[in-house]
Every structure is written in structure tokens, then in C-alpha cells.
Ligand binder design. Structure first.
Ligand code: PEP
Ligand code: MN
Length: 349
């Protein structure tokens, strides 16, 4: 259920509603809008029934009580009254008029490769640095990431460039180490439905970038996000990274329709990963342009100083030398959708 308070509701009136919901055994999630407070009463079917029987409509300060129509509650656009969320990550905004350009290597390979890439993307206009220290590889015999050493190199790159770091967590055992450096914890496509991991990220409170599973529906993606939100972590970004279809001409099919449709279903920002969808460098710019123009809140792209020598995903990584030109082009497409890399500063030259 969703309880919408009156504009004139006092703090005590809001708190009284929260207390009643909690007494009925449901969770009360309070969302402060620009004008009104909304309280989501989240519970199982039985708890929903007990919340319904509380007669909250008559309670002082309550405007109306409505059912939440979707199976995901906290992720639903209804929960925020149709307002899309703007997250604040290490001083940078994601969502609204902000276009996030998250760039960096597929994986941290060496100090040189990491620092060169971090400098190039920072100078080129990236707003965050990506890079994996723990890699989900299809083959157990393939490079699995540098682990803690990789995290240390990311910390060094962050210290020098000031860019917030996005890095993947695969195993709860590595949570503390990852939290030492990650401004955003990435949950990879293969872990989208690892519910224990999602709940742990939720409890950590650290912003999360949740990638859509290879064969997951948007409803499944939103239910996965709900696992993080339910623990009180409101900073979740969704990421479309290509899905499995019958087409074999490219690695995955980038489902760009997911962007406007997710915008209708959820208040969470939506990021697009053209690199993993395509698996090919030549498609990264056109897919990024399309993602920006269709209203994505950002892209996450792979960049390497020498992709031919990359230990993983070489064929799809942009060259550091080409990154500034790429960023400039993408910013122009983002402008079509009313977004900018740094809305309060001039566009990239
Ligand atoms: C990645 O971003 O490094 C990655 C492995 O992506 P995905 O989980 O989407 O395959
Ligand atoms: Mn990769």
C-alpha cells in the first residue's frame, strides 16, 4: 500500500502513520517528495491486508491510501509519484539532466594500463571510472581479475583523477575489500538474481549498478533491484547490457526499448552498456549515440590503451586515443534528450 500524506501534514502525523504500519508487521518506507511525504507500506499479502484494515484514510494528515499495482514496490515509478530519482555519487549526480559517462578498462591488468586509461578518460570528459578487479569469466581457465591488487590500483587511479570508481563485486567474501574503493558497486549480469549478494549490497548502503541478466525480463530486473532497495539502500542504477536473442551476428542484442519502458515503470536511473552488448568496437559509438538520444541516464564503456593486447574483451574496448572524440559525440546526442555530462558547465570542446 502507498500512503500519500497531505501537504500540510506535520512530522508527528507522518510518524504516527509509520508507527501504525510497523505495528501491523509491515515495513514502512518513507519518501520525501518536493511537496508531500509518501509512505510505502511493504509486506507480504497478509501484512498488506492488515495495513488495509488499519483505516489509515481517516488518520490525521493522510490524503489518500492506494494499492501499489506492481510486484516491485520501492522500485516503481508510482512510489515516487512519477518523479525520476537523481542519485548523488561522490559529489556527482546521476539521473535527471545529468548524463553519466562511465569509462575504463574491462579489467585492471597492470598499473600502467590502469593509470593510462584513467588519465585518458578523465581528460576526455568521463564522469566515473570503471574497471573490474573480480571478473565473471565464462571460462574458469580465463583470467579472473587481479583481485585485491586490482582494487589497490583502482584506488590509486581514483586518488589521481578524482573520478568515482565503479567496480564489480562477485562474492560476498570480498565485500569489505570492494567497499574500500568502490563508489558504486557493480552487480554483473550473471549475478543479477544472486539475491543474497543483492541484499548484502542493500545493507551496505553503497550505490549499486545492477546489470540486467542475459535472459532476464524487465520485471525480473526490477524485482532484483527491489532486493537492494528493500534493505534501505535507495541508490540503485539499472543497466541494460544486451540480452540473448536468436540473432548471432553480434554478441548480444542491445534492448534499447528497455530505456523508455523502464522510464515508465521505475524512478531508478537507467544506464546502457554498449560494449558488452556489441562485443565489437565499431558498434560502440552508434549504440552509445542511440542510447543517449533515447533518454538513457548514461553509458558504461570499456576503454584500453592497446586493446589488441588486452587480457579480456579486447575487440570491444575503445582506444584511449579515441576517447575524447567519442565523449564529445556522445555529449551531443545526450543533449537531444536534454542531458549533459556536467549540466552547469560548458559542453566539451
Ligand atoms: C563488465 O561490465 O565487466 C561485465 C562483465 O559485464 P556483464 O556483467 O554485463 O557481462
Ligand atoms: Mn568486459
Amino acid at each position: 500500500m502507498m500512503i500519500v500524506m497531505k501537504e500540510t501534514a506535520t512530522e508527528n502525523e507522518v510518524q504516527a502513520v509509520v508507527d501504525k504500519i510497523e505495528e501491523a508487521g509491515a515495513l514502512a518506507h518513507r519518501i520525501q517528495g518536493a511537496r508531500v511525504s509518501v509512505i510505502g507500506a511493504i509486506g507480504d499479502v497478509e501484512q498488506d491486508a492488515s495495513v488495509e484494515s488499519l483505516g489509515l484514510e481517516g488518520q490525521p494528515g493522510v490524503d489518500r491510501v492506494m494499492p501499489i499495482l506492481k510486484p516491485y514496490k520501492l522500485a516503481s515509478l508510482q512510489m515516487t509519484h512519477g518523479r525520476h530519482s537523481v542519485l548523488e555519487i561522490a559529489g556527482r549526480k546521476v539521473g535527471g539532466e545529468n548524463f553519466a559517462l562511465i569509462a575504463g578498462p574491462c579489467t585492471v591488468e597492470s598499473r600502467d594500463q590502469t593509470m593510462q586509461t584513467a588519465r585518458a578518460v578523465s581528460e576526455g570528459g568521463a564522469t566515473m571510472l570503471r574497471g573490474g578487479a573480480y571478473k565473471p569469466r565464462t571460462s574458469p581457465y580465463a583470467f579472473q581479475g587481479l583481485g585485491q591488487e586490482g582494487l589497490r590500483l583502482l584506488a590509486e587511479a581514483k586518488a589521481e583523477t578524482g573520478l568515482p570508481v565503479v567496480t564489480e563485486l562477485m562474492d560476498i567474501a570480498d565485500l569489505d575489500a570492494v567497499l574500500e574503493v568502490a563508489d558504486v558497486v557493480q552487480i554483473g549480469a550473471r549475478n543479477m538474481q544472486n539475491y543474497a549478494l543483492l541484499a548484502e549490497i542493500g545493507r551496505s548502503g553503497r550505490p549499486a549498478l545492477l546489470k540486467r541478466g542475459l535472459s532476464s525480463t524487465l520485471d525480473e530486473l526490477l524485482m532484483a533491484a527491489e532486493y537492494i532497495l528493500k534493505e534501505g539502500n535507495t541508490d540503485v542504477m539499472l543497466c541494460e547490457r544486451g540480452i540473448r536473442t536468436f540473432e548471432t551476428a553480434y554478441r548480444f542484442t542491445l534492448d534499447l526499448m528497455a530505456v523508455p519502458v523502464l522510464k515508465q515503470l521505475t524512478h531508478l536511473p537507467v544506464i546502457v552498456d554498449p560494449s558488452h552488448a556489441a562485443g565489437r568496437r565499431d558498434l560502440v559509438t552508434p549504440l552509445s549515440l542511440a542510447a543517449a538520444a533515447i533518454g538513457a541516464d548514461g553509458v558504461i564503456v570499456e576503454v584500453h590503451p592497446n586493446p589488441d593486447a588486452a587480457v579480456c574483451d579486447g575487440p570491444q574496448q575503445l582506444r584511449t586515443a579515441d576517447f575524447a572524440a567519442y565523449a564529445h559525440t556522445i555529449e551531443q546526442a545526450a543533449a537531444l534528450a536534454g542531458k549533459a555530462l556536467n549540466p552547469n558547465e560548458p559542453a566539451l570542446a
